[in-house]
Design a protein around this ligand. Sequence first.
Ligand code: SF4
Length: 358
Amino acid sequence: MKTVTRLIKKVLETQRLSKQEIVRLLWAKDTEKAELTAAADTRRRTVFGDGVHLRGLIEFSNQCGQRCTYCGLQAGNGILSRYTMTAAEILAAAATAHDLGYRTIVLQSGQHPDMPAAKLAQLINRIKKQWPDMALTLSIGERSLEHYRRFRTAGADRYLLKQETTNERLYRQLHPQSDYNNRLQCAWNLQALGYQLGSGHMVGLPGQTAEDIADDLLFFQALNADMVGIGPFIPHPATPLADAPRPDLALVEKTVALARLLLPRSHLPATTSVESLAPQGRKAVLQAGANVVMPNVTPLCYRRDYQLYPGKAGVEQAARRLQESVETELKSIGRFSAPGRGDAPGALATIGGMPHEL
Ligand code: SF4
């Protein structure tokens, strides 16, 4: 039996691979890659069916105090016009998401230390009262345990805090103002408070090796992440990494496929960044194990200023147009938008409560 076939059989049976075995699969070429992504696609269908969960993304503020060296929102980018949506604007965007049938909204912003926790908790509470059938995910970076508790008590269901890389040296280079261990501690705090936790990383970071990607995947597995966001590194001209090369779509596909095989029950989004990397990127990743798409419902007037990376797909399309193009794309590959909140399998016991006291 070929090595790749043997490794795929092993992970299908045991959900286990060693670091070196993951690296071997990351090196898979053409036909081997097709075998890997087909196995992941089958596993996705067995676990989740053909429904794809759509999460309405509201990028409510591009203010950020951090200087992550790959990100267009980093505090040193003086040419970016900064905004924070008002509560009324955020509620209107949430209403749009709900009208479009989305049963999860994701409130995302830069890491903005001055954003008052009380105000945000109040807003979460209003959204959850107004649309009790809608799950709410926060993606606002590192905050204190007390803030996380406050947001959870207010009704936040999920939290997305990507680790970006588990190579500590690389992490420090990329995040000069962020402490690696604090990032980990934040993830553990969120889990202990009963959030459904999303982690994730970037593929193709300058200085990243296949071994690093393998370590990241093993980390997501050890963390038992409910969601894993895997996106390509795309260099932004207003950052120190402006001249670094982009990764191949194939590497992103293989990484997503491996995540599906190692974490069969985790939600895996086909990220906007993969669509921005290659026109067929989102479709390819949806056929390599992904089962979530996050259409943007941020008002058009703000979209251009939420530039994590250049060439971001969908910045000119209104929420309804974006939904239509996602639905068309899903249909073209025999998929459809799934009803309901799309909670993490196994998370239902914790919805509405905080299972652990911290
Ligand atoms: S990655 Fe997040 S925390 Fe870092 S600069 Fe960008 S928005 Fe800020």
